[in-house]
Design a protein around this ligand. Sequence first.
Ligand code: HT7
Ligand code: ZN
Length: 891
Amino acid sequence: ATLIRREDYQAPAFWIRTVDLTFDLDPAKTLVTARMQVERNTAVAHSALRLHGEELNLLRVLINGESVSFRQEGHELIIDNAPDADFALELRNTCAPEKNTTLSGLYTSGGSFFTQCEAEGFRRITYFLDRPDVMAIYTVTLRADKSKYPVLLSNGNLLESGDLEEAGNKARHFAKWHDPFPKPSYLFALVAGDLVAREQRVKTRAGKEHLLQVYVRRGDLEKTEHAMNSLIASMVWDEARFKLPLDLDRFMVVGVSDFNMGAMENKGLNIFNTSALLASPATATDQDFSRIESIVAHEYFHNWTGNRVTCRDWFQLSLKEGLTVFRDQEFSMDMAGSPSARAVCRIADVRQLRAAQFPEDSGAMAHPVRPDSYSEINNFYTATVYDKGSEVVRMYQTLVGRAGFEKGMSLYFERHDGQAVTCDDFAQAIADANPGSALSVRLDAFKRWYSQAGTPRVQARGVYDAAAQTYTLTLTQHNPATPGQDQKLPQVIPVALGLLSQEGQVLPLQLQGATEVLNEQVLVLEEAQQSYVFIHVTSEPVPSLLRGFSAPVVLDDGLSDAQLLVLLQHDVDAFNRWEAGQRLALNRILGAVRSGTPLQLDAAYLDAVRKVLRHPELDAAFKEITLTLPGETYIAEQLDVVDPQAIHAAVEAAQVQMAAALRDDWTAAFEANQIKTGYTPDPVSSGRRALANLALAMLVLDARSTGDTVWPGRAYQRFKDAGNMTERLGALSALVAAHADLAEPALARFHELFKDDALVIDKWFALQGRTPELAGEKSGRTFARVRQLMQHPDFTLKNPNRARSLIFSLCMFNPAAFHRADAAGYVFWAEQVLALDAINPQVASRLARVMDRWNVLAEPYRSAALLAIRRVSAKPDLSPDVREIISRALA
Ligand code: HT7
Ligand code: ZN
């Protein structure tokens, strides 16, 4: 496969200004007619017109109405003698939507037509300059059987629709759409099917009226209220926070069951995986409600950050994705309301970053936020581009302040509305809007965040001089080597900090030479090492560093257990309070894993977590997130050599001991967090349900050790009687995770209850795929169960949600069940990567990434993993998607 390099970017040789598309929709053979106005780009060297096209059957090529000579080479249609003057290009081709299992381009799902064009799916529909810097105005006519496809949608505004009278066949109809905004081909969309819509008319601040529509299959309409509310809230928020209004008369959202990702921001016609759209209290959990809110917001926010201003090339992907993730995270925090609920949002985002992006940044696929090369762009929709990219945007805001960032955003749109631009353009706008700021004075160094891969390590050491009443903090940064990048330069790292007394009081901060006295301050680390002297420090402080996770780095603050306990109890920064609790747990788990001795939790730790659980003022959501142990993947990140079984044994021991030591407190927490009123997914109620679920899981786990039957019985009862999915699934997973006898009847009952609801059956598969193995039990019940479930009549590899629910749950989210000494997990992985690759390379390559960090595994896992990777690599006709991942793993 060819490697595409960022430094080779060249502007296109031609522009396509307008496109008129006509689709004669037929699942077996759809006819596409494209009429385009094309213009030579005189700014680049004279060359042939090369259009991209894949899996198409070309029927006709006309220039200005005349046939023209052309060649087809690989995935290109080449016209060597294209005119110098502007010309009309007409193409005609067919494609086969019902055979398209890749879910890229035009495909069918549940008897309807859908498209997915990002990143390079449009070339699977017709020949085109399928690159984001070619922006055209689209007019689209859809023609289809009226009874099968009564709804015909495309981007923009509906110009006309009606019946077709084709050779006496009155069963077909048409709809003609026009999108007034120039857009790249990746934002094109069409939908045709038997769908129904929830509708709402809303007014922007300026008084302009818009029609919002959420289209789904018949029967799903009552599950669209939350998505509609989320859409309205997103509109209101973007106008209030960034003065960005909706620019279309009509904004449509459509749900589809077969989809490779969460959703897609096509202009005015967002397409959603139903898992990111549909929710009812009976079928969706609190987590689903909150995920839907943030994905609906994310896609809506793309309308400005991605659509109005788009990417010049795919290396700039984080320009839209990092920025839009930042915007959806800010939105979710603002929606959460209270400072504590905001902190819980931030903690969840950081947990996600550490679980997915940190391992990526230290594995075979490590790449900068703005990658330098790729062979398959679909492989670069990564946690680095999205989540680290969002952290980079957050650092802009930290360096220029919230108001400064908003000014920078306004300048960005003033300069670049309607353009396809780069991350440099964004950086320049934020800096230029804030002259003299901490960002503008070191913009070039700051931009290393875009070019250097790897997670910087920051070491912090403080020295207190009691006589001089000074506290000297020395920060040192080290940027580890990553594939292809041995040497790194220091990065610009904002470190927010506060100081606490040993009793937990806030100590005022005054830097030597400064006049300001503050409670919290942002230091900007930009050299390899810098020292900061604080004066008038009246007692030896406990530093609270990197508050709110002010930079995406790994911090080694060298704090003792005693200091962490002060932070856990008293820090005013809720993020660092949580972090202290995680560090206390991590120290103990890592101690056991490193020494190879069984984990024994000490009284000091158990007392500290008991205090959190009993605390009269802390929110339930914060208690739950603080009492949840660090994930096994994050624990693995701390180790040079990873033994997944040893990590799992330590985590299981910690859970069992916390369950027993805090038994009465878990009981009290469970009882105190019963909600008797109707279901609402607000942060307070969902926090209470989360804590009740954690308490129940602990009590059922404890019953396994004590032989008690009361709590499993109560869990089963709650599972049966629950009024909402959060409580029902919580009770079910408590039974399943503890391998309780009642787990089996509960699983059977759950399946029977929800057998007609695909999204709930996905949960049923996922729960079983994620079930923790019993540490030390070699047979592997979960692994055996997954193999068995692969034969279940409801299982299919063709639906990505279903494949993810079972296979990814095991391979990605259940390290101890997957990494088996007998290598059976790796054999299973190789089989499934190959099977999926024949159907859907994007999904297969996501699964292939499970082996990114095979190199750090302990033996016998490491050698066995390598064998499995080689087995996949030996397959000659791997997709470019999987080939790239496997080659990087073996490099
Ligand atoms: N911008 C969207 C990306 C996306 C996508 C990319 C590759 C293959 C399929 C895809 N579906 C959606 C999603 C987003 O970030 O909003
Ligand atoms: Zn996005």
